[in-house]
Design a protein around this ligand. Sequence first.
Ligand SMILES: Cc1cc2nc3c(=O)[nH]c(=O)nc-3n(C[C@H](O)[C@H](O)[C@H](O)COP(=O)(O)O)c2cc1C
Length: 189
Amino acid sequence: MMTFQEMVQNRRSIRDFQEKDVPLAVIQKIIRDSCLAPSASNGQPCRFIIIKNREMMKRLSDESKNNILSDAAKNPAALSKEYKALLSDEKFNVFYNAPCLIYVAGAKDLRSLDVDCALAVSYLMFAAARDGLGTCWIGFGTLIRDPELKKAIGLPDNYRIVAPIILGYPKVIPAPLERKEPQILKIIN
Ligand SMILES: Cc1cc2nc3c(=O)[nH]c(=O)nc-3n(C[C@H](O)[C@H](O)[C@H](O)COP(=O)(O)O)c2cc1C
């Protein structure tokens, strides 16, 4: 069993995966663990959509890329040149051809939704690392607007996606990226 220290050190964003299926039972166990995260008033608002179909992931990647680019056309300052070039590349799949995508979503009108989902995601990432799986939060995969596509993935109209998380068995776990020293603004004794 991994110690907490090993788990936080092993959790890295993974963007390159083995061609190995992640069994549904394993995904469900990780999701169950993510639900142990705290939530405002114990409201437990996170809902999960599991996608293991690469064709569907490609459609979602294209939809999200197109929406980001069309928003950026109206507000060019919102997207860097590098990201614009990357997202304009037809071959670039925002989900890196991962074998699985989990959308963490919830009711649009809930004030604590982002915070509750982000906490659940961090538990999900650690649970995945414990089971030898890699994850990456894909902010670029969030912007799904096409009503047909929303219907196809079972996202109700009054829900919004907070976190697209890719999941799979990593080819390699990269060395940790450097972290800055914690910036403690003040210590009051
Ligand atoms: C809210 C959020 C959005 C992110 N979006 C993307 C993304 O669209 N594409 C990507 O490759 N990585 C994305 N990441 C992963 C970050 O780049 C990564 O967490 C960061 O570089 C630190 O690396 P580490 O997770 O390996 O420690 C995102 C992470 C977060 C928390």
